[in-house]
Write a protein that binds this ligand. Structure first.
Ligand code: ZN
Length: 423
């Protein structure tokens, strides 16, 4: 069977470069860590950042450099007077699934049968349960071996930006807007845009390449907060614990057990429905910590979810007055939609670029956040474009080369659209 066709001639032309870069970048372990004060949260993220600086310089982007906030910045000149277009992706991968020793597998012209990942027989990509996969028979698919994540989130975005830049550099005859590139660290721990120097970046509009399904433009994110509940009990030797032991493990479990299950949970909601998601629990009888994220598209509803967590904590505290429970709430990011709607051309240009790349564009919402949500709130409108990766944050993560190539072609078309006078 021959592989499925590419979205258009440009996608076909850049495809092998996208693939080669992607396979190179995913082998570099860039896993971020939660709750680490230093930046980046793990030094190894910079292994990829430094490689990208070298590769950008080799492409002629002489100003490629690491900024004080550990982002890679680089620029490419374009048509004078045209708005400068920012292209952003993140080098780190989620702390939730290991990214060490990734060994990517390319399944050329996938025949539509379930894909067994050889490193772990329990991990099977079954098109009967994955409609996005079922729609891609004939595509060249990339997976991990089932023991690690793949890292398409967000190395697909990085490979696509790099391949698009390589194409632009070798095709100077194509009119293009000035380009500003940023590869951030620690996006997966909600700190991707921390310290991001908007003035030094110098973009008028920007796009994160951090989405998923082919043709999608995301202009709406969740608003998000993170909550840490610390439970302090009193540990005593169990042999002499009667009337003395206050077990923090049991109290933390009681709190988690009291959270809503059939609603307000990521596993039971979709679309614009918000959730409270306990994602980490740690500790011992003396002290236990429960980390939660709370998300909603509506800011008022978000406050309601935070209040619910606080009331459940209070109930546990009342049940055991000798325990001490502490709640710490942090802002993560806000829904970017209102900021993006102020500049409709940002979305229109993306939709037009996707059409020119040969795909049907569509607007989508993301049930997560992006660096772009933070940057949009700071005045740089930054919607999120598709990358072609799927099943993120999982050992079953996969990506379609046809979709990744279409994303790279979209980037090339996008900086072309911005080089044209405003319609
Ligand atoms: Zn991402």
């Amino acid at each position: 069977m021959a592989s499925a066709p590419f979205a258009g001639p440009l996608a076909a032309e850049v495809a092998e470069d996208v693939l080669e870069r992607f396979l190179r970048y995913v082998r570099i372990d860039t896993q971020a860590a939660y709750r680490v004060a230093r930046r980046p949260s793990t030094e190894k993220q910079l292994d990829l950042s430094r490689l990208l600086i070298e590769e950008l310089r080799a492409l002629g982007l002489a100003d490629a450099r690491l900024t004080e906030s550990a982002a890679v910045f680089a620029s490419l000149a374009g048509v004078e007077g045209a708005p400068a277009v920012g292209l952003i992706a993140h080098v780190d991968t989620t702390p939730d699934v290991t990214g060490a020793g990734v060994s990517p597998i390319v399944h050329r012209a996938w025949d539509g049968t379930p894909i067994e990942l050889p490193g772990d027989p329990r991990q099977v990509l079954d098109p009967a349960h994955l409609p996005e996969l079922a729609a891609r028979v004939g595509h060249d698919l990339i997976t991990s071996d089932g023991t690690t994540l793949l890292g398409a989130d967000d190395k697909a975005g990085i490979a696509e930006i790099m391949a698009a830049v390589a194409y632009l550099v070798t095709h100077p005859e194509r009119p293009r807007a000035p380009v500003r590139i940023a590869f951030t660290v620690d996006e997966e721990v909600g700190r991707g845009a921390e310290g991001f120097d908007l003035a030094a970046f110098g973009a008028d509009v920007a796009y994160t390449l951090d989405g998923s399904g082919a043709g999608e433009v995301e202009i709406e994110t969740f608003s998000a907060k993170s909550i840490r509940v610390t439970v302090r009990g009193l540990s005593v030797h169990p042999g002499t614990a009667k009337g003395k032991l206050v077990n923090a493990v049991k109290l933390a479990a009681e709190l988690v057990g009291s959270l809503p299950k059939d609603r307000l949970s990521p596993e039971t909601t979709e679309g614009r429905e918000g959730y409270i998601h306990p994602h980490r629990i740690s500790g011992n009888a003396e002290e236990a910590v429960v980390d939660l994220i709370v998300r909603d598209h509506d800011d008022e509803q978000l406050e309601g979810h935070v209040a619910l967590v606080q009331s459940l904590v209070e109930r546990v505290a009342r049940s055991e007055p000798r325990a001490y429970l502490e709640v710490e709430v942090r802002d993560s990011y806000r829904n970017m939609r209102p900021y993006i709607e102020r500049n409709p051309r940002v979305v229109e240009a993306a939709l037009e670029a996707i059409r020119r790349a040969g795909l049907e564009p569509r607007l989508a919402i993301t049930r997560g956040g992006t660096d772009g949500a933070v940057l949009s709130a700071q005045g740089l409108p930054t919607p999120n474009l598709f990358t072609g990766g799927q099943e993120y944050h999982s050992v079953r993560e996969w990506a379609s080369l046809q979709d990744m190539a279409a994303a790279a072609a979209t980037i090339v078309e996008l900086v072309g659209v911005w080089a044209e006078p405003a319609p």
